[in-house]
Ligand binder design. Structure first.
Ligand SMILES: [Zn+2]
Length: 307
């Protein structure tokens, strides 16, 4: 039996797992990092590879934030939430001497790929809500990359012209309102005492603190507006919401579906279904495994370390 290693690089941790598409995850774990640097990332990757030696893995699928060139697997342009992690392939984190095939993809694309296997043949748009906002589009089981790899960057679509500054350099992006980092920056600008509070506590307090409820509701509304616009263009079957903050129910998926439907033409509205990611916070890891497995059996081009 062939097993694969999926790794999901996030804003504060690496999630990883061993498995395949039929039997699912045989192992899953999270390694948190406190220092955001290339050296810290290389160290975490080495620990994961060391641990994985107890399984006979056939390849590594890595998901990362940022726009990733296809083919090539290099992170293009700025990577707003991990600024040091740009103009590099995530495959370069893998230690010298590892000869396994390595495949890399945008993390939200992998989350959507994993979820799409549970909804075969459907047009799926996946959203990850965490430090940033990730988005992926999968149709007929294929990730849509656009002409240059920049497709599905919903987090940087502008919902409020001249609105709050975004990490990407623009103003009024969804990410500036709806991501966890965006919410924190908005609270900081208001000198809120809650700006540094852990997200679970912040969400739990919203019913008692109107200031928090307003900011979180504005984040949800920005996402609703962007998703409704995307639905008008793409006509998807499913909008699938995942990521660490959705695991904490930062946004109400049922309210989102109703509000998105209100913004769509009547005939179109009822065809959209909004769902929580079935794989939860493991979707990105599962997507890495599925990507790897598919390429293993197709024997497609991979990034082979030249050592
Ligand atoms: Zn932006």
């Amino acid at each position: 039996m062939n097993l694969f290693l999926g790794i999901d690089i996030g804003g504060s941790s690496f999630k990883y797992g061993i498995g395949d598409s039929k039997r699912g995850l045989q192992h899953f774990a999270i390694k948190r990092f406190t220092e955001k640097s290339l050296e810290a990332f290389q160290l975490v990757m080495r620990e994961i590879l060391d641990e994985s030696q107890q399984w006979d893995i056939q390849g590594i699928g890595i998901g990362s934030p940022g726009t990733i060139s296809q083919p090539g697997g290099k992170i293009l342009g700025t990577n707003p939430n991990l600024p040091f992690f740009s103009d590099i392939s995530p495959a370069e984190l893998v230690p010298q001497g590892v000869t396994l095939p390595i495949y890399v993809e945008n993390d939200a694309n992998l989350m959507t790929l994993a979820e799409s296997t549970l909804r075969p043949g459907k047009l799926c748009i996946g959203l990850t809500v965490g430090s940033g906002i990730g988005c992926g589009i999968v149709y007929h089981d294929q990730i849509f990359h656009g002409a240059h790899g920049y497709a599905a960057e919903l987090g940087h679509s502008i919902v409020y012209p001249a609105g709050d500054a975004c990490n990407c350099g623009q103003q009024g992006c969804v990410e500036a309102y709806s991501s966890v980092d965006g919410i924190r920056r908005r609270l900081q600008r208001k000198n809120s005492p809650y700006a540094g509070m852990a997200l679970p506590n912040l969400i739990a307090l919203r019913n008692r603190i109107p200031e928090l409820d307003i900011i979180l509701r504005e984040g949800e509304d920005a996402l609703i507006r962007a998703l409704a616009n995307l639905c008008v263009v793409m006509d998807p079957d499913y909008l699938i919401l995942g990521g660490g903050a959705m695991d904490l129910y930062i946004y109400d998926v049922n309210r989102m579906q109703i509000q998105i439907q209100h913004l769509l033409p009547e005939a179109h509205a009822n065809s959209i279904k909004c769902e929580i990611a079935s794989y939860g916070n493991r979707a990105g890891v599962m997507g890495g495994i599925i990507l790897c497995e598919r390429n293993h059996y197709r024997n497609e081009t991979c990034i082979q370390k030249d050592n």
